[in-house]
Design a binder for this molecule. Structure first.
Ligand SMILES: NC(=O)c1ccc[n+]([C@@H]2O[C@H](COP(=O)([O-])OP(=O)(O)OC[C@H]3O[C@@H](n4cnc5c(N)ncnc54)[C@H](OP(=O)(O)O)[C@@H]3O)[C@@H](O)[C@H]2O)c1
Length: 325
């Protein structure tokens, strides 16, 4: 099979597309023909080995997995003799934030991985685009609880993979959502359900006169002190990034201690339980309540270009890699 391989951390130049053997199938494993995967921000961290902390999960000095890719959508080609939850021909999708070797034409995975069946009428690219951003979005939203009816939330960067999933999940749970994006995506944000849209090229969103229960900076462009005036008493600030001085994890420990019951707090979710996130997303795909955004598709051979584009920070939703036969 063809696969995107590497032996060291670094920029996309470390990747080589080459023919490698399909791994042998063990009794509890599934062989999947990959139809689509994404290149996402998690893949960028795993490719570069940055921030350094990720290397405790992906290999300290060099990557432990030889093939990149953390999500996939494809078809079950074969199953090990102890596998009962899947059969040949099932359309499946899945994600693992430390890597799955899915930038390849075939994939062998344990049946214990977060693998779910793709709902009917959902295409492979759409299924692959429903994993990474949606998982992080779910973890952010659940960090504050699920009682969003009557609550107001601002999502900065609502066009990203995490932002666009957050907007839709928050609407599903009943929140009033203000989406912050650039001029050309105002209509897109409305079409995904945003109640109010702020064009960040025209107005500093931190000067908005609305007060919010949750401000989620899904692209990490702001910081707590600047967003604090936007929060209601007891309001929560969450960012997808550590912050300019890596302060967000510390503020998440400090603000609950010093701000009191009705004080404004920082939370810093550590994403976990991928199966739980994907199960919700699968249900929402079935109900047509979730629409993954896809910006562009690249063939596997052009995966370096896909990485280069993702790190520009200009992608709208997700970037798909397609595997040709
Ligand atoms: N370290 C990790 O493992 C990891 C994993 C996942 C995500 N993350 C972080 O999570 C963040 C989001 O990732 P993502 O994949 O959802 O999205 P992304 O690729 O970072 O999204 C970029 C989006 O942000 C918008 N944008 C750019 N500048 C903006 C600004 N100043 N204000 C508001 N929007 C802006 C862009 O649209 P316009 O250009 O049209 O505004 C684009 O749609 C990233 O910062 C990423 O590093 C980190």
């Amino acid at each position: 099979m063809k696969a995107a391989t590497r032996t060291s951390y670094g920029p996309p130049a470390v990747l080589t597309i080459k023919e490698v053997a399909i791994p042998p199938l063990k009794d509890h494993e599934i062989l999947i023909k990959v139809h689509a995967a994404t290149v996402n921000r998690t893949d960028c961290s795993v490719l570069w080995g940055k921030p350094f902390i990720i290397r405790f999960f992906t290999g300290l000095l060099k990557p432990s997995l030889p093939i990149t890719g953390s999500d996939f959508a494809g078809k079950v080609e074969n199953i090990g003799k102890n596998v009962s939850s899947f059969k040949k021909g099932d359309r499946v999708f899945g994600f693992n934030d430390t890597g799955l070797c899915s930038h390849a034409q075939y994939l062998v995975l344990s049946d214990k991985e977060a693998i779910l069946k793709i709902p009917d009428k959902v295409g492979y690219p759409q299924a692959a685009a429903s994993c990474e951003g949606a998982h992080y979005a779910y973890n952010v939203i659940s960090k504050v609880g699920f009682e969003y009816v009557g609550k107001k939330v601002l999502v900065n960067g609502a066009t990203g993979a995490i932002g666009s999933a957050s907007l839709q999940l928050l609407k599903y749970y009943g929140a009033y959502v203000t989406a912050v994006c650039s001029t050309k995506h105002l209509a897109l944000m409305k079409s995904l359900g945003a109640d109010k849209v702020i064009d960040y090229t025209q107005k500093d969103f931190t000067l908005d006169d609305q007060r919010y229960d949750l401000v989620f900076d899904s692209v990490g462009k702001s910081f707590f002190r600047k967003c604090k005036p936007l929060l209601k008493p007891g309001g929560v600030y969450i960012s997808s990034e550590l912050g300019p001085y890596s302060q967000n994890p510390f503020l998440a420990l400090l603000t609950p201690l010093i701000s009191g019951k009705h004080g404004k707090k920082v939370k810093f979710p550590i994403p976990f339980n991928i199966r739980r996130s994907l199960t919700l997303i699968k249900t929402l795909l079935e109900k047509k309540k979730f629409k993954p955004l896809i910006h562009k598709e690249y063939p596997l051979e052009k995966i370096g270009d896909a990485y280069d584009f993702v790190v520009t920070g200009e992608k709208i939703g997700n970037i798909i890699i397609t595997m040709q036969p």
